[in-house]
Design a protein around this ligand. Structure first.
Ligand SMILES: *Cc1c(COP(=O)(O)O)cnc(C)c1O
Length: 396
């Protein structure tokens, strides 16, 4: 594996970092659909297993396609090493499970992806690993939740679906002061908009399923960051098996080649549409990190390049109106994904977060009429027309 690119530019690194296993002078990296790799002789096999020489042995451990994806993500995030995983959740889970011991405690932001919440509340307690949730709106309270058992901090920023931000510089300093490992789920921002390792995070977790794939084809994940921590997690992954398939790694590495241009367009359209909807009489509020009305607008400008591909708004008329709005959309997709070329609308109160109490929903910024839009790459005029039309048709 050779990195051909050491540019200071994101796009060049994302495109010009390529596996050098070319045997037919192919320009685009081939797909290495092979379970295992051949040893030169018995001595070579011994040395490879003893980690005396590096190389691919078996695709559960490594493969040229996943190596290429990881190499690119390391350059883009500023990490020294990484692992590609079968899904985003395999990355979230393995990053913690590979480092934690029985008795350890995790401090996490309350505004977490649903399955990460299940890992912390339903799975880790089986092995004696506890957690505390900190309120994203009350940074002063975080320090008081750290105890002598606390080993790591896990956060997402911007959060889903609240689109609230954690101040990465502040959090990096807090982790450093208490000697804690800081893990950031950077799925919403992607390394193009934000690089948390710069602020003192130790590991980045991705669901590559979202903007990194960007076209709704594969499920995948990655863990990128500090070499020593990755080595421990690699041991865990090598023997428990959450490896990414070579095919998905190939798709995702190709996807990184267009991440910058796609994100520019996602963000440009999201800002324009969110700004226009702010003036709509049937909408109470719009939330988007790069709109001056966002309570953390200054922080967003400081730690993100653009505001991201998602915005939320609250339609007047509560849960019923929210559902009616979705039923009157003609172009936008109703589906459980985000970061696709196709614009997607979701109504968290009646779907993903319907099992929570009103108070629990309020804690993570979900009001009854809240709608989340993942802005795709269609022409922005067609997206806004569909939203405005559904707003009109859902009026009672
Ligand atoms: C989707 C998502 C995940 C989980 O990723 P999968 O690829 O679906 O396993 C984790 N965190 C965030 C913020 C997500 O949006």
């Amino acid at each position: 594996m050779k990195s051909h690119s050491e540019s200071e530019h994101f796009e060049t690194n994302a495109i010009r970092t390529q596996s050098d296993n070319a045997s037919h002078k192919e320009h685009s990296t081939p797909i290495f659909m092979t379970s295992s790799f051949v040893f030169d002789d018995a001595e070579n096999a011994r040395a490879m297993f003893a980690d005396e020489i590096s190389g691919n042995i078996y695709s559960r451990f490594s493969n040229p396609n996943s190596n290429e994806l990881v190499e690119k993500l390391c350059l883009l995030e500023g990490g020294d090493d990484g692992i590609a995983t079968a899904s985003g959740m395999a990355a979230m889970y393995s990053s913690m499970a590979g480092l934690l011991q029985q008795g350890d405690h995790v401090l996490a932001s309350r505004s977490l992806f649903g399955s990460t919440h299940q890992v912390l509340t339903q799975i880790f307690p089986k092995w004696g690993i506890s957690h505390s949730y900190a309120d994203i709106h009350d940074p002063e309270s975080w320090e008081s939740l750290i105890n002598e058992k606390t080993k790591l901090i896990f956060v997402e920023t911007p959060s889903n679906p609240g689109l609230d931000l954690v101040d990465l510089e502040w959090l990096g300093n807090l982790a450093k002061k208490h000697n804690l490992i800081l893990i950031v789920d950077n799925c919403f921002a992607t390394p193009y908009l934000q690089q948390p390792l710069k602020y003192g995070a130790h590991l980045i977790c991705h669901s590559t399923t979202k903007f990194i794939d960007g076209q709704g084809r594969t499920v995948g994940g990655a863990i990128i960051g500090d070499k020593e921590l990755i080595q421990k997690i690699r041991f865990f992954c090598r023997h428990t098996g959450p490896a990414m398939s070579p095919f998905n790694a190939w798709v995702l590495s190709k996807s990184l080649e267009t991440l910058a241009v796609r994100m520019d367009r996602h963000c440009q359209s999201a800002l324009a549409i969110a700004g226009q909807l702010e003036k709509h009489p049937e909408i109470n509020f719009v939330k988007y990190p790069f709109l001056p009305s966002h309570p953390q607008y200054e922080l967003a400008k400081k730690q993100m390049l653009h505001g991201g591909g998602l915005f939320t708004f609250e339609v007047k008329g509560g849960v019923e109106r929210g559902r009616k709005f979705l039923d009157n959309l003609q172009m936008l997709s109703l589906t459980a994904n985000l970061g696709d070329t196709r614009t997607i609308a979701t109504h968290p109160a009646s779907t993903t977060h319907s099992k929570l109490s009103d108070q629990e929903r309020a804690n993570v910024g979900i009001t009854p009429g809240l709608v989340r839009i993942s802005v795709g790459l269609e022409h922005p005029e067609d997206i806004i027309r569909d939203i405005e039309n559904a707003l009109k048709l859902s009026e009672s």
